[in-house]
Ligand binder design. Structure first.
Ligand SMILES: Cc1ncc(CO)c(N)n1
Length: 225
């Protein structure tokens, strides 16, 4: 049987290509991304990462054996650690106060993505939650590597790019992908279909997250508060 990851990648080939071609990622690689767009991304991603860590901790709780519990718990701790590092080095570099960042409201897209992941964390199984979380690993590994290859010298966003292109992150991604393939192999056909649907939804949210930052997405209803 074709591995889950191969099937999932093939089914989402057009969407993944569209992610590589997003103006946000193109400008990031060129080092020309407008600062307000990167700031929007950083602040929303800080909010995202905390909920992502919660979902990973739930995945650790649902995992079938001690090794996988430790693996996903380490990923959860890593996401929190990274969020804290990012806030220190990057938010100050781009002139955002950490307290202000943390009290910013989630954009519609950020709220959509984190609510989707946390709903799956609450009501889903190990297999479905893992499938929903996998694009957070795989898409960033792929985009990070691609941007690192295209990046200009002295790119102001080098630290962001290096994080996702790093051997450490890539190794964590491979481990999550191996776990997903193993889970899907044991899953019955209907569960495997459900996993593929959740994977796709998260890839769509990944596209939307960068697009939202590029558009400086806000609540269209804010004017009537
Ligand atoms: C939206 C989003 N997805 C995935 C990652 C990678 O962990 C991230 N930092 N942000």
């Amino acid at each position: 049987m074709t591995s889950f990851l191969t099937t999932a990648r093939n089914q989402n080939a057009r969407l993944l290509q569209a992610i590589h071609e997003l103006p946000f990622n193109r400008d990031l690689a060129a080092g020309t991304l407008q600062q307000d767009r990167f700031r929007h991304y950083l602040v929303q991603d800080g909010l995202y990462l905390t909920d992502y860590a919660r979902a990973l901790a739930a995945l650790a709780a649902k995992a079938p054996n001690a090794e996988l519990i430790a693996q996903f718990a380490a990923n959860a701790a890593g996401a929190v650690h990274f969020e804290q590092e990012m806030q220190h080095s990057y938010l100050s570099k781009f002139g955002v106060d950490r307290a202000v960042a943390q009290s910013t409201e989630r954009s519609p897209t950020c709220l959509g993505y984190t609510s989707f992941l946390l709903a799956e964390a609450q009501t889903g199984s190990y297999e479905t939650l893992l499938a929903a979380l996998l694009p957070c690993f795989s898409v960033y590994a792929e985009v990070g590597t691609a941007i690192a290859q295209q990046s200009v010298p002295n790119n102001p966003f080098a630290l962001w790019i290096e994080t996702y292109a790093s051997d450490e992150f890539q190794a964590a991604v491979r481990a999550a992908e191996t776990a997903a393939d193993a889970a899907a192999e044991k899953a019955h056909a209907e569960l495997r279909q459900r996993m593929l649907a959740l994977f796709r939804k998260s890839v769509e949210f990944e596209w939307m997250f960068w697009d939202a930052a590029y558009r400086l997405e806000a609540w269209p209803t804010a004017a009537w508060r």
